[in-house]
Ligand binder design. Structure first.
Ligand SMILES: [Zn+2]
Length: 361
């Protein structure tokens, strides 16, 4: 219930008291973290000034964003190309049934959820696919990049960018009951390409084929978020310099040294940034779970108009962020910039033709 506010002097006094109240709340919000010696008041101040990007806001990204937002990292930029679906709710901790019912873009849903538990930090939601053409803009002003992606293509792109700019980033991945993470401190430690010159075979399993335990996600996110806190408070000496992997089901775990760059590494040795310099991804890519993504940058879509146009051909629904079109057996999700995810096929030609027929060629 909204309360009427008194006007005039009484209002000024009230707002002063209110602003003092905000300060007091701020102090108490982080009091238990400030008590922890590794953080302290100075560390907390540094966290409040930090700017962190989380690329991908599925399971790992949700957990990372939730932890860092509650810890008081002042500015989080959440970049995600996808929308919330019911099958996400088992492990993607920032989303709820309403988000799935509305097919909200994950970045938007995450920003809303974070605002409900920490309105004192800034969250920027970017509903975009991170590609070479936009990486500069999307990661501008960021001091640490966290990996919440689900594919090596984007991770190699992040690695090239981070090594080129000497920006630290933290690789995290989870599939099945297995999780793995690596801190990349360019110029000091190994980079992702030092350890995996090519996409590792074992990790081409995906959550669609192998399933995933939410506990594996939360474990890797907890380790990575803690490494992030160490970096943000200036304690890089304490950061782990190994590739750490563990299986929460079998309890097997391993660490491989990543303390030094590998000589001859394409990225940090030869500085041959093929993923950054490339023309970027093709316009059409498979994006798991029986779906194809079509990238279109120059086609802003008027959802109201498109809704009317598509109605004779199937079921259509839209909100401010996405338009969904069901035309059995396909389901097309359109974003305002013209990007589309077409479910029900892995055939890029079929997806392209559906897009051309209903959206435009
Ligand atoms: Zn390297």
């Amino acid at each position: 219930m909204a309360q009427e506010r008194p006007s005039g002097e009484a209002g000024d006094v009230e707002s002063l008291v209110e602003s003092l109240g905000v300060e007091a709340r701020k102090d108490s919000r982080y009091s238990r973290q400030i008590l922890f010696r590794g953080i302290g008041a100075e560390g907390q101040r540094k966290l409040s000034e930090a700017r962190v990007a989380i690329v991908g806001c599925g399971a790992t990204g949700s957990a990372l964003a939730g932890l860092l937002a509650r810890a008081g990292v002042g500015s989080l930029r959440i970049i995600d190309r996808d929308y919330v679906e019911p099958s996400n709710l088992q492990r993607q901790s920032l989303f709820d049934e309403q988000d799935a019912a509305e097919s909200l873009p994950k970045a938007i849903a995450a920003a809303r959820k974070i605002a409900a538990f920490n309105s004192e930090i800034v969250v920027e939601a970017k509903v975009e696919d991170l590609v070479p053409a936009n990486i500069e803009v999307l990661l501008e002003g960021i001091s640490l990049i966290l990996d919440g992606t689900d594919n090596f293509e984007t991770r190699y792109l992040i690695n090239d960018y981070a090594v080129d700019r000497s920006l630290p980033w933290i690789y995290s991945a989870a599939v099945g009951s297995y999780a793995v993470t690596l801190n990349v401190l360019p110029g000091q430690t190994a980079c992702l390409a030092c350890i995996f010159p090519d996409s590792p075979r074992g990790m081409v399993e995906t959550c669609e084929t192998s399933g995933i335990l939410n506990s594996a996600v939360n474990l890797v996110a907890s380790v990575a978020a803690t490494e992030a806190l160490k970096f943000l408070v200036g304690n890089t000496a304490q950061m782990r310099r190994t590739l750490l992997s563990f299986d929460v089901w079998t309890n097997e775990h391993a660490e491989i040294s990543a303390a030094k760059p590998r000589s001859g590494c394409r990225a940090c040795g030869e500085r041959d940034f093929i993923h950054l310099a490339g023309e970027g991804r093709p316009h059409i890519t498979l994006c798991g779970r029986n779906s194809v993504q079509i990238h279109e940058r120059q086609r802003p879509i008027d959802f109201a108009e498109m809704d009317l146009r598509l109605q004779p051909h199937g079921t259509v629904r839209h909100n401010d962020f996405v338009l969904k079109f069901w035309h059995a057996p396909y389901e097309m999700t359109l974003f305002p910039d013209g990007r589309a995810i077409i479910k029900g096929t892995t055939d890029t030609a079929v997806a392209r033709s559906l897009y051309a027929r209903y959206v435009g060629s």
